[in-house]
Design a protein around this ligand. Structure first.
Ligand SMILES: [Zn+2]
Length: 210
């Protein structure tokens, strides 16, 4: 009988581990980057210029561009800031809180696309420059999820969850927004401040803890 109990326990443990593996997702760190509108590309690179794709990102259709630009704030600047494509309806600049101190701007934490009332910033490409009057944000940490994975995890679009990230400095992140779309691949995105806080490495996984 005791043998059987032990076997049951082992089976239970294995099932739990498999479930955990299935429900977990890769966590990726996003460095500071810029999304540009068509008008911004025209202003910074010339009328009709097409950005050059160099690498696909984990989210389908999203990519890293070859072109880099300079970001200028009242106190500091960043050169060689990566542009992510494709073009968007509105320009958006995503920085970490550490970056925001260096720029000398108080930057609010926002979900991507929610840029009403956010500060602007100056973008420079060689001789050309563009002053954005809004669009500078610290991206709210989030999980991109397919509808299938959302169902498995019992979460809905817009839900706020806690995520345990198992890494060198394992951490439970609170206030993580779940974004569900059939256009997404399931990945969690945090910025470099957050990645360093948990000792993130390539392949680090997270799991929703209720
Ligand atoms: Zn993201």
């Amino acid at each position: 009988m005791e043998r059987l109990n032990q076997v049951d326990q082992i089976v239970d443990e294995v099932v739990k581990r498999i479930q955990a593996q299935q429900l977990s997702f890769e966590v990726e760190a996003s460095g500071r980057h810029i999304h540009l509108s068509r008008a911004a590309v025209d202003a910074l690179f010339g009328e009709g210029y097409q950005l050059t794709k160099v690498k696909d990102l984990s989210q389908p259709g999203q990519f890293v561009c070859k072109e880099r630009i300079t970001l200028v704030g009242p106190k500091g600047m960043f050169k060689n800031v990566v542009i992510l494509g494709p073009e968007r309806s509105a320009s958006q600049v995503e920085v970490s809180m550490t970056d925001s101190r260096e720029l000398g701007v108080k930057v609010p934490i926002r979900e991507s696309g929610h840029i009403e009332g956010t500060p602007g910033v100056i973008l420079i490409n060689g001789e050309r420059s563009l002053k954005l009057d809004k669009g500078l944000i610290v991206a709210k940490r989030h999980i991109h999820m397919t509808p299938e994975d959302a169902k498995k995890n019992h979460v809905v679009n817009g839900e706020i969850v806690k995520v345990k990230v198992s890494a060198a400095r394992s951490l439970i992140f609170d206030d993580v927004v779940v974004r569900v779309s059939p256009k997404f691949a399931t990945y969690m995105h945090i910025d470099y401040d957050e990645a360093n806080a948990c000792g993130l490495e390539k392949g680090t996984r997270g799991m929703i803890v209720k």
